[in-house]
Design a protein around this ligand. Structure first.
Ligand code: FAD
Length: 318
């Protein structure tokens, strides 16, 4: 596979003009689109070389430098690039989005204008059950007959709420008050501007399997369609050192050391069974019937091919 490299100026301009205002659809009526971008992969390099001097040119090319910076969490060079988006998002999802304080926002005003006449609707086959092991997450999909009923109920409810809103407006109620009973599924639009460092932080949290599916869809659309082509070298490093990387705690390292050294003495090889894992677990977990940290450690070891999958103990992902 060839490694990504910075595009020549003319290719870059063409890429940006192709991407600008192109709406990438998300959910049933949402989108993300690029409005403006300042900088590219080379802006990160340029900023870093101010700190490290031209000497770095000798020991590391641009790609190596970007990868080093991201791996070692040197954040400020990534703040030198900025991206502005226009997004259309249901309000419940937007409520999670605006928790990311390091962005600049201008949102459509439903005090000033009529609320956007669109609410996110859930298709019959997309109602998710409550996850049993993760209070914040979803489990599998509900059966179709239940989904059908829920979708029908939702359609009626959203239509009724919109009618009541319109009646209030027609009766002369101020827009700022008339909106109070609109559903959280109502779409809003906003300009959202953020630097590359904080955008990657947002993407790392919101593309993660622990994030709610709806915002995950938005983050993935931004990452895959906009950040990846605009910052190919940074994106590659982001996948390698954030999204597809694994964080091992001191306790995890201890488990791995005990597991591998007892396997070496016994002459066994991975993947090990759960009994071996439990024998090597951290002493602090031994007395606990349930331990999220132990379960997380199991999942990491499975990913490393050190442990056989233990289906019953796996937390349900949302
Ligand atoms: C899966 C998931 C579940 C969540 N569940 C909940 C929940 O149940 N309840 C809830 O309230 N929130 C929840 N959140 C929101 C979460 O706690 C954060 O508020 C949100 O993810 C924004 O992260 P951030 O503060 O790191 O990002 P940003 O606000 O973009 O900040 C980026 C970084 O800048 C620094 N920073 C920014 N502002 C300040 C400041 N004022 N002081 C010091 N440092 C600052 C911090 O280092 C921060 O990490 C959840 C988030 C996720 C991803």
């Amino acid at each position: 596979m060839s490694t990504p490299s910075a595009a020549p100026e003319s290719d870059r301009n063409q890429l940006v003009s192709e991407l600008r205002w192109k709406k990438f659809p998300v959910l049933d009526d949402g989108f993300v689109c690029l409005v403006d971008v300042m900088g590219d992969d080379s802006s990160v390099v340029q900023a870093a070389r101010v700190s490290y001097g031209e000497g770095t040119k000798r020991v590391s090319d641009d790609r190596t430098l970007i990868r080093y910076l991201l791996r070692h969490r040197h954040t400020t060079p990534f703040e030198m690039a900025e991206i502005k988006f226009l997004v259309r998002v249901p309000m419940d999802c937007w409520r999670q989005w605006v928790r990311h304080r390091t962005a600049n926002i201008n949102e459509y005003s439903t005090r000033y204008s009529l609320a956007i006449d669109a609410a996110q609707a859930t298709p019959e086959d997309e109602w998710r059950s409550q996850a049993e092991s993760n209070r914040q997450g979803s489990g599998g999909f509900l059966p179709p007959e239940i989904g059908q009923q829920l979708t029908q109920q939702e359609t009626e409810l959203q239509s009724q709420l919109r009618t009541v809103y319109q009646q209030r407006i027609d009766s002369g109620v101020a827009r700022e008050q008339a909106r109070k009973d609109l559903p959280l599924a109502t779409y809003t639009e906003a300009y959202w501007k953020i630097d590359l460092h904080n955008l990657l932080h947002f993407l790392a949290l919101r593309m993660d399997s622990h994030a709610q599916l709806e915002i995950r869809n938005y983050a993935t659309a931004i990452g895959e369609n906009i950040v990846r082509p605009l910052f190919p070298v940074v994106w590659e490093a982001f996948l390698d050192y954030r999204m597809q990387a694994m964080f091992l705690t001191r306790l995890d390292c201890g488990v791995i050391q005990r597991l591998t050294s007892s396997a070496a003495s016994a002459g066994t090889s991975p993947p090990f069974d759960d009994a071996s894992f439990l024998a090597a677990q951290d002493p602090a977990w031994v007395s606990l019937t349930r331990s999220r940290e132990r379960d997380e450690c199991r999942i990491k070891l499975e990913r490393l091919g050190l442990l056989r999958p233990v289906e019953l103990l796996r937390p349900v992902e949302n």
